[in-house]
Design a protein around this ligand. Structure first.
Ligand SMILES: Cc1cc2nc3c(=O)[nH]c(=O)nc-3n(C[C@H](O)[C@H](O)[C@H](O)COP(=O)(O)OP(=O)(O)OC[C@H]3O[C@@H](n4cnc5c(N)ncnc54)[C@H](O)[C@@H]3O)c2cc1C
Length: 435
């Protein structure tokens, strides 16, 4: 292990760590990045939709050689009961632009590519190296790290914690609390392989176009949760996630939920005949704005999932990770350029830059949403999807019942299930949380 003193050590080579390491190394700082996985991406799980705008701010010409799967032209949002789905769908040829806005990616390949860019920018990247402890001086200032490799403390002016949602180092060091079970979802995901032309045909796609489906409803068995299906070039990523506290309370198994999602009559034909090659499980921070911990201190900053920066309402995480990593890198560069020490006071710059960005503005906007969905999960994830499905079926099925009687029956079903006051109160609470 090296005896050098670094400008910055970055822990983790996921989206946030790579963004931070790239920003600092490409501007001339001496950066060491440590990753416990065999290679960057080997431990990482994502759906995965990657958002171009946030990567362009780091590597503008990423499209030249990044491993991208399909660019998205269509998004479907489905509300499901056990036999049906009712939904909204948006597809536009405008998304067939020269610089597409969103792509599906496979994280194992994407993170390897991103890490190569970090190396080319001049950082030293060590894989199969787990940081075991933050080293601190007598004042508590973080001065470096200890790893599972033989050797002394590796010193740095600042340590960037990009260790992902579990964030054991930060919690062990007392920099933040362990995420609460009601603030993290457990997601399971499978990769289903199919020939490219079969995927094109089933989703009505051509020439690298992609489609994603996001679905909620009885599939999560009254727990707060979401299922997804994303098209890659020659595979389909399919998964489901629910809050850990809900899994603990209901004793439901994530694997059983995924099986029933796959066997749902609206999903099964889309993956029929596929070969399953990968299965993964991972946590997702879902507590939103209220779960964000202290983001900086003497000698350290925390970025990405480790900082709980994840927008569960819009299902965005990697873009918040890349942006927080980039801004942390930029803040460190500015403090360094001024010749100032990496104190809590000076690193507060990172937080003020983050506050001005979409990251905190979006999370603040939806700050009441996670608690609302969690505490009312039975209504939002079972009762309403069932009622909507019944209403749609009543509307579509043509029989001799007069339309006025159909409308009355639908209204009566809603009132029976939730009462007038219940309906008004749910609508108001939803509107208030969305404001
Ligand atoms: C099933 C699923 C689907 C998702 N889908 C999407 C999506 O479609 N779009 C989207 O934007 N986001 C999605 N997300 C969220 C997204 O994956 C995360 O927000 C993003 O990966 C966070 O990046 P990160 O760098 O903070 O953490 P990670 O990507 O988790 O990276 C952390 C890294 O730190 C390393 N590490 C941890 N501890 C140590 C240690 N002690 N020493 C050394 N290395 C260490 C890990 O090995 C890992 O490589 C999804 C998440 C899941 C689980």
């Amino acid at each position: 292990m090296t005896e050098e003193n670094f400008d910055a050590i970055v822990i983790g080579a996921g989206m946030a760590g790579n963004a931070a390491a790239y920003m600092m190394a490409s501007r001339g700082l001496k950066v060491l990045q440590l990753e416990r996985g065999e290679y960057p991406g080997s431990k990482n799980v994502q759906g995965a939709i990657m958002y171009s705008n946030m990567l362009e701010k780091i590597i503008p010409d990423f499209r030249d050689d990044a491993p991208l799967e399909r660019h998205l032209v269509e998004q479907r949002f489905w509300m499901m009961d056990d036999t049906s789905h009712i939904g909204m769908q948006y597809r536009s040829d405008d998304f067939n632009e020269s610089n597409p806005n969103r792509y599906t990616v496979i994280r194992a390949q994407f993170d390897k590519w991103f890490s190569r860019k970090v190396r080319e920018a001049g950082a030293t990247v060590l894989c199969e190296t787990t940081v075991t402890e933050l080293a601190r001086d007598t004042d508590g200032t973080v001065i470096g790290v200890r790893t599972d490799r033989a050797g002394d403390v590796i010193l740095a002016d600042v340590v960037v914690l990009a260790e992902g949602v579990n964030g054991l180092l930060g919690t062990r060091a007392g920099l933040r609390e362990t995420p609460k079970p009601e603030n993290v979802a457990l997601a399971v995901k499978e990769m289903h392989f199919l020939p490219e032309e079969v995927i094109d045909q089933r989703f009505g796609l051509k020439a690298n176009e992609g489609c994603v489906i996001e679905a909620a409803g009885t599939i999560s068995r009254s727990m707060a949760g979401l299922a997804f299906l994303y098209t890659n070039k020659e595979s389909i990523s399919i998964g489901i996630g629910c809050l850990v506290s809900d899994f603990a309370a209901t004793m439901e198994s994530p694997y059983v939920l995924l099986e029933s999602f796959k066997n749902h009559p609206s999903i099964q034909p889309l993956i029929a005949g596929s070969e399953v090659k990968e299965y993964a499980a991972h946590l997702i921070p879902e507590g939103g704005y209220k779960a964000i911990p202290q983001l900086f201190g003497n000698g350290w900053v925390v970025v990405g999932d480790a900082a709980q920066l994840n927008n569960a309402v819009h299902r965005e995480g990697s873009n918040l990770a890349m942006t927080s990593g980039r801004l942390a890198g930029e803040a460190i560069l500015r403090v360094k350029k001024r010749g100032h020490p990496m104190t809590e006071e000076n690193l507060a710059l990172y937080k003020s830059m983050l506050d001005k960005s979409f990251v905190i503005k979006d999370l603040r906007k939806y700050k009441d949403m996670p608690a609302l969905l969690h505490t009312n999960s039975r209504n939002f994830f079972t009762t309403y999807p069932q009622l909507l499905s019944q209403a749609a079926q009543n509307f579509m099925r043509v029989d001799s019942t007069p339309k006025i009687d159909k409308e009355r029956a639908t209204m009566a079903a809603f009132i029976k299930a939730r009462s007038r006051w219940g309906l008004v109160s749910d609508a108001l609470r939803l509107a208030f949380a969305w404001r």
